[in-house]
Every structure is written in structure tokens, then in C-alpha cells.
Design a protein around this ligand. Structure first.
Ligand code: NAP
Length: 320
């Protein structure tokens, strides 16, 4: 029997914290992923780093899509020191907040993997901004990074090396249930506005993932709530540190739901997987289930990312 989650935000949030420490579902060690290639965005910290470690431990080759060369170098060194085979890592610079950087990353990844398709794509990177900012293309920063950057990356890989039956794992967060909409032009001033921008973007992630599954039925799309995890995400400060210590799970535990979706057989594609409840059912009143909004949102993302692509091509032409 699936757990049914009501669209009642406060109850949903309490449900995310209560008992999560005691009910972490660990991903089984098998099946192995030898011969498979995975790409993880946001591999340099938190859940992403532990997802990479889990994929490597199961024998996969992993493409690390990160925005900082220095952090990618440190990650590869650190994973090597932890005993993982660093020869099975391919770093690629990809700043998801900048559509020009994403376009260059797509070119590079499709070139490297033109003969060997990508089997697993983990759309993990994410920010919860504390100050209002915009991307170089003028979009609100959490929309630009969490939603549009991934949209452009995936679209480019779908035209190139992404296997038509790939597993695509999209990280959302149950906090999305506080939102009813998501857009590129959301303006905010206070830190509370930053949290709002974040949960709007997580609803955007959910809509895009559901629409992706509808448009590409051969793909295996999974939408993941990883738990409430002690990572670099969100606000710092003493209250946050105390909460992290007492209520939150660690990043190894936070990576388990992504790893389950990346590896396990007999999962329901297109479904929402929660770290405590596993596969869950949502009600029709849930904002994530609004198919009409999801379609409009997909179309808006497609227009914005195509415009970014056109600008990038003309910049490259001007430079040559
Ligand atoms: N932590 C939680 O409680 C929680 C709950 C629900 C959902 N999630 C989701 O889980 C995912 C991972 O978050 P986390 O908690 O592990 O956070 P984290 O520790 O802050 O890691 C975020 C990762 O995203 C990368 N990133 C940020 N901006 C980027 C950009 N412009 N381009 C490319 N990469 C960028 C970061 O790279 P740098 O190292 O370069 O900054 C880092 O590797 C996010 O999608 C988040 O929404 C987390």
C-alpha cells in the first residue's frame, strides 16, 4: 500500500522531520553498475558527493558536473583518498546558473560520450539563496540554477548522449507543497523571500520531471525528496547548526533515496520517492499534480532555454 500524502504544508513539513532519523532506508549494495555511466550535478558537497560515492562503490563511471574547477579537483582527490577509483571520474565544468556555461558543458559531454550513452542522470545541484540575485540571462537565481540550468542541460543531453531509457533522478524537496507557482521573474528582498524562491523552484523541478516522463515515456524518471539533510544548503547560524545536529540526517543517509532510484529494479517510473515513505501517492489537490500548470511551465522553460541557446551561438560566432 502506498502512503498517501495530503497537500497540507505544515503537516507535510512535520512529517519530514519526525522519525526520519530512525527510518532511513539504505540502498542495497546490489545490483552493481559496472559498464554504466552516470552524471551527477552538484557533486562537490552534501547529497551530491555521497551520491557520487555510492555510484562509484557500485562500479559506475561518474561524470562530475560542477561549477568550480578547484572544488572538482579537491573532490577527485578526496574520493581517491577515501579509496574510490578516481580513474572512473570525468569532471566537466557546468555552471547551471549560466546558460552559456551549460551549452558548453553539453557540447563537451556529448563529444566525450558520443559512443557510450549516459545511463543515469542525477539532477541534484540546488541553491537556497539568502540574497536576491539574477543569472547572467536575467532570471531569478534559484529558478535559473535549480530549474532552467537543469532543463537546458537535460535537453542538450537528450539530443546527444543520454540513453533513451536512462534513469533521470530529479531532486525536489517536500517543501515544494508551500508553492502554487514558479517563474523566472519572482522578485524578493528578505531571507524569507529566498526560502520562498527555493520552494517555488522545487515545485518547478517537480512539474518538469512529471512532464518529462509524459513526453519521453521510455525514460525512467524519478522525483526524489532526499530527507531533511545537514548540508551546506540554506541559512547558517546557531539555530540552524543546532537543528542540523539534532533533527537532520547526514549526507550519506540523504543520498540513499537517489541511489535507490538510480539502481533498484521494479520501481514505478514517473513517481515521487520520499526518504521516509518510499514511493508515495499525492492527492489531486497537490500543486505538483496540476498537469495544466506543468505543461505551461515546461513550455516557458523551453522558450527561455532556447533563447539562451540562440544568444550563446551568436556570442560564439562573434568571438570566432
Ligand atoms: N539538504 C536538504 O535538507 C534538502 C532537502 C530537500 C531537497 N534537497 C535538494 O538536494 C539537492 C542537493 O542539495 P544539498 O542539500 O546537498 O546542498 P549543498 O550541500 O549546498 O550542495 C549543493 C550542490 O549544488 C551545487 N551548485 C550550486 N549552485 C550551482 C551552480 N550554479 N552550478 C552548478 N552547481 C551548483 C553546489 O556546488 P558548489 O560546491 O560549487 O557550491 C553543490 O555541489 C538540492 O537540489 C536540494 O534542493 C536538499
Amino acid at each position: 500500500m502506498l502512503t498517501r500524502l495530503e497537500a497540507r504544508p505544515v503537516r507535510r513539513m512535520l512529517g519530514c522531520y519526525s522519525g526520519q532519523k530512525e527510518s532511513v532506508r539504505m540502498c542495497p549494495d546490489l545490483p552493481l553498475l559496472e559498464g554504466k555511466t552516470a552524471l551527477v550535478t552538484g557533486p562537490t558537497s552534501g547529497i551530491g558527493r555521497e551520491t557520487v560515492a555510492g555510484l562509484l562503490a557500485r562500479g559506475a563511471h561518474v561524470v562530475l558536473a560542477g561549477r568550480s574547477c578547484k572544488k572538482l579537483r579537491a573532490l577527485i582527490k578526496g574520493l581517491g583518498e577515501d579509496g574510490y577509483d578516481a580513474d572512473r571520474l570525468t569532471p566537466v565544468i557546468c555552471d547551471l546558473a549560466d546558460l552559456d556555461s551549460v551549452a558548453l558543458a553539453v557540447q563537451e559531454i556529448n563529444k566525450i560520450f558520443r559512443r557510450k550513452p549516459l545511463d543515469i542522470l542525477v539532477e541534484n545541484a540546488g541553491i537556497m539563496p539568502t540574497k536576491y540575485d539574477e543569472t547572467p540571462q536575467g532570471h531569478e537565481i534559484s529558478f535559473g540554477t535549480n530549474v532552467l540550468g537543469h532543463f537546458a542541460l537535460r535537453a542538450g543531453l537528450l539530443r546527444g548522449c543520454l540513453s533513451e531509457k536512462a534513469r533521470v533522478i530529479v531532486l525536489t524537496g517536500d517543501i515544494y507543497v508551500f508553492s502554487q507557482s514558479c517563474s523566472a521573474d519572482f522578485r524578493w528582498r528578505t531571507p524569507l523571500g529566498g526560502i520562498k524562491a527555493y520552494h517555488r523552484s522545487k515545485l518547478g523541478n517537480f512539474w518538469v520531471a512529471r512532464e518529462l516522463q509524459r513526453r519521453y515515456p521510455r525514460l525512467n524518471v524519478f522525483i526524489v525528496h532526499p530527507g531533511v539533510v545537514a548540508t551546506n544548503l540554506g541559512l547558517g547560524g546557531a539555530v540552524s547548526r543546532a537543528m542540523k545536529q539534532h533533527l537532520l540526517i547526514d549526507p550519506v543517509a540523504g543520498a540513499q533515496t537517489s541511489l535507490i532510484c538510480a539502481t533498484q529494479p521494479d520501481l514505478a517510473h514517473g513517481s515521487y520517492y520520499h526518504n521516509v515513505h518510499g514511493e508515495v501517492e499525492l492527492t489531486n489537490a497537490d500543486p505538483a499534480m496540476n498537469d495544466w500548470e506543468a505543461r505551461q511551465f515546461w513550455n516557458a522553460c523551453a522558450r527561455l532555454s532556447e533563447r539562451g541557446e540562440a544568444a550563446q551561438i551568436s556570442t560564439l560566432r562573434r568571438a570566432s
